[in-house]
Design a protein around this ligand. Structure first.
Ligand code: SIN
Length: 285
């Protein structure tokens, strides 16, 4: 029998899943993430993430060690090179509103400034998953929005789909890395990326990493990127999550893009994030 029951009231020892929107976002109940989880529970959580792209848990007051232990059940953990992190648990990355440069808008006039992004898309093998845990929250505000980037692709008009066919878009994280004395090449991924596990076509652009569609002049690239951005901005394909103490979000970076709503003045909002490595999408030629 499946360890997940869709909707409400779980029998003892079973998870239950409450979808928050028809296609993206679900809350999972019936598991204590501070305790080791069984393989069956882990597999059901993963299945639910592949289906809903982002899942949420409430009232899970985890220590950093328990956070890392839980995330580590879903693959090897990734240590992000560029930002402030916990000294004791190196993959634990502090997502802090006061982190220099984190919410900075690029001055590059060729770029579209918009916050929709996906984590580590600047890498040749981006991380597949992210587990984000509330640490210090404003009284109100500071929500996060996730977008179903598969639905965004499906909804595009056919002529736009045709124009994007075979195109690649850049993911340039060098500015932030350079600030830390690090460097990495500018990577390009397909604009329409095929999800390695579900096979779904995903509209995959990172607006925080100076996207440019290769082979197009700046004006045409910007025009297409603006059309994609319009899709990301449609509330019909979004889920918006209001954080509370004990909240955890776990999402699939390959299927959803997200946006941190910064509407809490200078409150030092803090969340801890742990990223999970993916298997390479392409053979190492
Ligand atoms: C992130 O971009 O990974 C974190 C999102 C947030 O701060 O809400």
């Amino acid at each position: 029998m499946s360890a997940v029951q869709e909707l409400h009231r779980p029998p003892e020892g079973q998870l239950s899943v409450r979808p928050l929107q028809p296609h993206i976002g679900a809350e999972i109940f019936g598991v204590d993430l501070s305790q080791p989880i069984s393989d069956a529970v882990r597999d059901e959580i993963k299945k639910t993430i592949l289906k809903y792209k982002v899942v949420f848990f409430r009232d899970q007051h985890l220590t950093p060690e328990q956070h890392a232990e839980f995330a580590g059940r879903f693959g090897p953990l990734y240590t992000h090179p560029s930002s402030s992190r916990d000294d004791k648990i190196s993959p634990l990355h502090k997502i802090s509103a006061v982190d220099f440069g984190r919410y900075e808008r690029t001055a590059d006039p060729t770029a579209i400034n918009a916050g929709f992004h996906t984590d580590t898309s600047w890498r040749l093998v981006p991380t597949w998953g992210a587990v984000l845990r509330a640490v210090d929250l404003p009284e109100v505000g500071g929500d996060t929005i996730w977008v179903d980037a598969g639905a965004a692709y499906k909804h595009l008009p056919d002529d736009v789909k045709a124009r994007l066919e075979g195109r690649h878009v850049t993911h340039d994280f060098r500015e932030a890395l350079n600030r830390k004395g690090l460097d990495y090449p500018i990577v390009a991924h397909p604009v329409v990326r095929t999800h390695r596990e579900t096979g779904e076509k995903i509209l995959w652009v990172n607006y925080s990493q100076k996207p440019h569609i290769i082979g197009l002049d700046i004006a045409e690239s910007k025009e297409l990127l603006s059309l994609i951005l319009e899709e990301y901005r449609r509330p019909e394909i979004q889920v918006r999550f209001s954080w509370r103490p004990g909240s955890i979000a776990f999402w699939d970076n390959r299927a959803a893009v997200h946006y941190a709503v910064r509407n809490y003045d200078d409150f030092p909002r803090l969340l801890d994030r742990i990223l999970i490595q993916d298997e390479p999408q392409y053979a190492d030629l």
